[in-house]
Design a protein around this ligand. Structure first.
Ligand SMILES: NC(=O)c1ccc[n+]([C@@H]2O[C@H](COP(=O)([O-])OP(=O)(O)OC[C@H]3O[C@@H](n4cnc5c(N)ncnc54)[C@H](O)[C@@H]3O)[C@@H](O)[C@H]2O)c1
Ligand SMILES: O=C(O)C(=O)C[C@]1(C(=O)O)C=C[C@@H](O)C=C1
Length: 296
């Protein structure tokens, strides 16, 4: 039988954008919190969250939202974590759990960690689910269903706090895995960060090419290119912060990618058809493996 008792009393979401509002909606829909409130530096985002009925209260004063909250979820861009940590630190009471949804994990321990008082539990997390849209109006409660959520608790993390955050993600429909922050950042550099960098590059290059005007780029973007334009429409601030905060891992995979791209370039130049065919056969099998794993 499914457990339907609320996991938390009051939950405060800091940053009521796509991910913050999706989690707020899911917490309410699945009755995981008695009350969900939010804080956001944008008065417009707060007003929208209230208008949409996503939260009980919304404020631009971060400290206000913390009052009586058992769980605090940071859902702002990764580059704001140091500032947000500094603001909330003095208002956190012992026993509170602080988690986040940031796409990079070592930066959370580095930037938020120093502001967490003794007795407060910092359990970083990353729901590997999203869209190219931003803001409270873009969120939806089912965003996390069937998707991974990676938790990167530090070695000394309180096991009960880890279990509670894990349970929250499971109850909103996610599959949960625990790993070290460093490992997370290396894995996501190749599976998420590099693909976005490639999309940002290819869309920029296509629109810069003089012979294909902007209108032609749009006109003929029905296939593969269209998929790249969706990804390249993702939030510029969020992605600036991801690249600046996962610099080493991204540069490492980018180096490897550049070498592999050069090998394909060489095969095309020298007419090495078999090399190209073998490579594309291998990647097709990888794609089919991913689809099969999702359906299993
Ligand atoms: N978009 C995705 O696909 C996705 C997926 C998983 C994780 N994430 C992570 O989730 C976090 C939020 O991303 P999003 O897509 O929901 O962004 P978003 O732009 O939709 O929302 C971010 C919100 O944070 C607010 N904000 C920014 N700086 C702030 C500050 N200093 N203090 C208070 N509020 C502040 C903004 O006003 C905005 O309302 C990021 O860390 C991102 O890396 C995003
Ligand atoms: O589906 C998309 O639009 C996404 O880009 C989501 C995506 C991803 O790369 O998978 C993007 C960044 C997040 O940290 C997690 C998920």
């Amino acid at each position: 039988m499914t457990d339907i008792s609320p996991l938390f009393g009051r939950v405060a979401i800091i940053g009521i954008g796509l991910i913050g509002s999706s989690l707020a909606r899911a917490l309410v829909e699945y009755r995981l919190a008695q009350e969900v409130v939010c804080a956001d530096r944008s008065a417009e985002a707060c007003a929208k969250a209230m208008e949409l009925g996503i939260v009980a209260t919304a404020t631009t004063d971060l400290a206000d939202a913390l009052e009586g909250s058992e769980l605090v979820v940071l859902a702002t861009p990764v580059g704001s974590f140091a500032e947000v940590g500094e603001r909330i630190g003095p208002h956190l009471r012992p026993g509170t759990i602080v988690t986040d949804v940031g796409s990079v994990k070592q930066a959370v321990l580095r930037d938020v960690g120093p502001h967490i008082p003794a007795g407060v539990h910092l359990i970083p997390g990353h729901p590997v689910a999203g869209t190219e849209h931003s803001g409270p109006e873009s969120g939806f409660a089912t965003l996390f269903e069937g998707r991974w959520c990676i938790l990167t608790p530090p070695p000394a993390a309180n096991p009960e706090a880890v279990a509670k955050v894990e349970e929250m993600w499971r109850r909103v429909g996610s599959k949960v895995e625990l790993m070290e922050a460093n490992h997370h950042d290396r894995v996501l550099a190749i599976t998420s960060h590099l693909p976005h960098l490639i999309a940002y590059t290819i869309v920029g290059t296509a629109s810069d090419l003089e012979e294909s005007t902007q209108s032609e780029v749009i006109k003929f973007s029905a296939g593969g290119f269209r998929d790249f334009t969706r990804i390249a429409a993702s939030d510029p601030i969020m992605w600036r912060d991801i690249f600046l905060n996962n610099r080493e891992a991204v540069l490492e995979v980018l180096q490897r990618f550049t070498e592999d791209l050069t090998a394909l370039q060489r095969a095309i130049r020298w007419g090495e058809g078999q090399h190209l065919q073998d490579h594309f056969t291998k990647t097709r099998a990888i794609r089919r493996g991913i689809i099969d794993a999702r359906q299993a």
